[in-house]
Design a protein around this ligand. Sequence first.
Ligand code: GUN
Length: 283
Amino acid sequence: MAQIINGKEVAQKVRSEIAAEVENMKAKGIVPGLAVVIVGEDPASKVYVRNKKLACAEVGIYSEEYALPEKTSEEELLALIDRLNEKKEIHGILVQAPLPDGFDFKKVTERISPFKDVDAFHPYNVGKIMIGDFDFLPCTPAGVMELLKHYDISVEGKKCVVLGRSNIVGKPQAMLLLKENGTVTICHSRTKDLASITANADILVVAIGRGEFVKADMVKEGAVVIDVGMNRNKEGKLVGDVAFSEVSEKAAYITPVPGGVGPMTITMLLKNTLKAASLFGND
Ligand code: GUN
């Protein structure tokens, strides 16, 4: 039976460290500040944004929310980003995805100053991640690395398989595992013989966006299984991309959904905001 990786507990520990650092910064006269921008009424996005604001308050980070109506034009959103780029009290800017139809998320992302890009989505920061010289880490992959570190799971020399190739999770996750000297394979929906590759993984990170997709026969005995997925099953229950009950019989470590990677993602956003304030807060 696998050891359950408790993301809630690790997130709490990291958040108390962040709170202490925020206090240190405030003593130096800098209050880290995050602006969260949401356009439209997507219910899941509204929950995420509320949780981000609550998390900021919990660690003493100042936050501003900009909730724009669905019919906002792209020019208006870009103009808001320009103002936030200039605003002294704001060190981090996050535009919640997905944006309503008609918005070009790439264009919006590229308008955010790379020095306030706490999502690490701007090509400047993506490039820095690629060369292993980063200021901001993408929140979800960084949260995964923090969990591995906390449970003393070494990546060096291990066969790491990332299932999913998104810009937000799969690709940066592969880079972070590579930086820690893992031997990394990226698989995706078109990969042939997927199970034979995942069944070889010492560390398997799953971010494919399909509920309970990874079954026990796709996992090696004693593997570390990290589940980034968040899906609703037919009964409306929240499930990950991994069939938790059968895979937990076989793995050595596994993250639950909820309570695994999820709480770490927002924690890493707080860490990036603190980093932005400490690196660029005096500019
Ligand atoms: N929507 C879902 N995940 C994310 C994220 O990490 N950042 C932003 N900006 N939007 C998201």
